[in-house]
Design a protein around this ligand. Sequence first.
Ligand code: SAM
Length: 294
Amino acid sequence: MSRKKYIATPTQTKQILDQYRFTFKKSLGQNFLIDVNILENIIHHAGIDQTSGVIEIGPGIGALTEQLAIHSDHVLAFEIDQRLLPVLKHTLSDYDNVSVVHQDILEADVNQAIKAHFHPEQPVHVVANLPYYITTPILMKLLHEDLPVSTLTVMIQKEVAQRMAASPSQKSYGSLSIAVQYYTEAQVVMTVPKTAFMPQPNVDSSILKLVKRQTPPVDVVDEDLFFTLVRASFAQRRKTLRNNLNAFYKQRLDKQAITDLLEEAGIDGTRRGESLSMEEFAQLTNTFVQATQN
Ligand code: SAM
């Protein structure tokens, strides 16, 4: 029996691109996967099965979409580039469980789309080789919107994946680590060489798996203040926590008040933001909230 010719091989991809005279748009982050082994790894780590609903962002010519269609119940894919719609219609014609929506994911009402395409009880997963120019805005949108999604398995730039999954005191740890880990458990599952893509990107890539938490890992009385304080504490990485907070609060709180609040929170102001755990940022928030509300 001859093996089915998957889209994700260099030969098949070239043939499809030639047939449609498709030219890559760098501005849309178009780096297509041409390695079936990598796709199998993504599918494996995504933990999907024939009951799963899958949301894909940026199907391209359908390399990953095809594998998702084979391994799940239904795929809903958002693609911004209109030129790819006829291509996808052709490349995915063997699969009747794929819906392609021509829309910018950042503009999409994903909650509504989930209701329209999946059963209410169906587990839904996000699986995507993301366009690298908007990796963070896409992931933060999907996390902030509190969608009924259980995992997100995404190919992104290696360096960004490291930042999202970093622990306190690691070089990559920063406000992005906390923003992501407040909503999910984050793990870099694999690094992927440039050669797996056509055209090859300038940077290395990683597969990042995010498992949504049922509830946040820390209790904060004011989420906005929590994220504001996290960003303020990392504003200048080489400065101490106290100096970053002094700079952030300027006239609103004097230096003594900040020193007192840090003491009340039980956190040494001479430390750097990068050494604080999420629990400590929560403590900081719950202490500062009284002073900033008055
Ligand atoms: N999934 C394909 C693959 O793995 O071969 C293509 C991945 S490619 C890295 C990113 C895809 O996202 C491209 O098809 C691009 O046109 C699409 N894209 C870029 N910006 C987008 C946006 N804002 N909304 C939806 N799709 C977008």
